[in-house]
Design a protein around this ligand. Structure first.
Ligand SMILES: Cc1cc2nc3c(=O)[nH]c(=O)nc-3n(C[C@H](O)[C@H](O)[C@H](O)COP(=O)(O)O)c2cc1C
Length: 389
């Protein structure tokens, strides 16, 4: 793996990536495009609908690894037809100290991490030995540039989309000392307005990172997400609003196993839907984000340096099972309630078969962050696998 260069260079700081990236094949695609003015060829497959946008393939890169317009434009050139612009805020926000990414090695034979398993609290080995199928830690703290910097950059990113492609901005509110609940809601509305000013006609609101302080996620409070999305929707009007959710665990009904499936109580996820999509304020859910785990080095000590970093989010191949479980449950509730919100499946997509597994689980679009970082040709491979069918 040592000679392979992900488009986000995990050996450099976030700041260096922002200024110098993207790297590897993404950098080459960007350089080529600067000398060629023709739009990239659209694939033969019929265009799909993605929240009112025609896309060549409903596949892309979710919020995070595409730091600015150079990254999103390179993603378009590499055939990722939905490029999400990294989560922005109403103000500049610092990044957690370097390193932010480590390779993660779960114990199970297939390298998966199951939500709720003891291993997540006991400790999972994390080091710099990056191996396929790739799983990594992701400990950034959702940094943001100042709006004066990201607004003009996002504007350029939106117009750089080719035919059958769409730029998706991601944003979140910022909870700061002394803020009231109403101030916090207002900060979301302000940030959504700043996104609208760039020309965006859809957007994703992130509720799946520790927005609420250490290890506290906004999506664990459906009533508050309901109040915020209602206020944001009033601001953005007809533009579709996507909510990014973390994995929300079901509760197993005691003794509730039938011959072929477990019986679960999905009240928490259903409440989220009832507070948002069922009221018309949310048009889609994107899920999952990372699964939180205690990360340890070979000596069993905390792997990421610094206070409050004993746990980190894990993403990549290890969390595919959790992602598929979450989207299947969302789709089941959607059917049961007769709603028509869209579902964007995220988590552990590293190969064309993973794209197909998410589609079979009922999602409208699929995205890959870690898998795309370690395989810049992933979108092209998925398209080739579909054409070959
Ligand atoms: C480098 C990196 C940065 C990320 N930053 C964000 C972010 O700013 N906002 C967000 O909603 N998710 C962020 N994520 C999470 C991804 O969008 C995604 O939910 C998660 O990585 C699971 O997908 P994967 O298994 O394909 O990586 C980030 C992920 C990575 C790898």
């Amino acid at each position: 793996m040592s000679d392979f260069e992900p488009f986000y260079n995990v050996n450099l700081s976030y700041e260096d990536n922002y200024r110098q990236g993207p790297f590897g094949e993404f950098a080459a695609a960007l350089a080529e495009q600067e000398s060629v003015t023709a739009a990239p060829a659209a694939p033969a497959a019929p265009a799909a609908d993605f929240l009112g946008h025609k896309v060549n393939l409903p596949f892309g890169i979710p919020a995070g690894p595409l730091l600015n317009e150079r990254f999103t434009t390179a993603a378009f050139r590499m055939g990722f037809d939905i490029a999400t612009y990294k989560t922005v805020r109403s103000r500049a926000w610092g990044c957690n100290p370097f390193p932010n990414v480590l390779a993660v090695h779960p114990k199970s034979a297939d390298g998966s991490l199951t939500p709720g398993s003891a291993e997540l609290d006991e400790g999972v080995l994390a080091d710099t030995n990056y191996k396929l199928p790739i799983s990594i830690s992701n400990s950034f703290g959702v940094p943001s540039r100042d709006p004066d910097e990201w607004q003009p950059d996002m504007k350029r990113a939106i117009v750089a989309a080719g035919d059958g492609q769409v730029l998706l901005p991601s944003f979140q509110g910022s909870r700061v000392e002394g803020m009231s609940g109403d101030d916090y809601i207002a900060d979301h509305v302000t940030t959504a307005r700043l996104v609208c000013e760039t020309g965006a006609d859809l957007m994703e609101m992130n509720t799946s990172c520790p927005n609420e302080g250490h290890n506290r996620l906004l999506c664990h409070d459906p009533a508050l997400v309901g109040r915020i999305t209602e206020a944001v929707k009033n601001e953005i009007g007809n533009r579709p609003l996507i909510v990014k959710l973390a994995y929300i665990p079901p509760v197993e009904v005691e003794g509730g196993w039938s011959a072929d499936r477990r019986i679960i109580d999905d009240a928490a996820l259903e409440l989220m839907i009832r507070e948002t999509a069922a009221r018309g304020s949310v048009q889609a859910f994107s899920t999952i984000n990372t699964i939180s785990a205690r990360l340890v080095d070979a000596a069993g000590e905390q792997a990421l340096p610094g206070k409050g970093r004993d746990r980190s989010g894990v993403c990549g191949s290890a969390i595919r099972g959790a992602g598929l479980d979450m989207v299947a449950r969302l789709a089941a509730i959607r059917d049961r309630l007769g709603l028509d919100f869209a579902i964007i499946g995220v988590g552990g997509v590293v190969a064309p078969a993973d794209y197909q597994a998410y589609r079979a689980a009922g999602v409208d679009a699929v995205m890959s962050a870690t898998g795309a970082m370690w395989d810049a040709s992933l979108a092209r491979e998925i398209k080739a696998s579909i054409t070959a069918e």
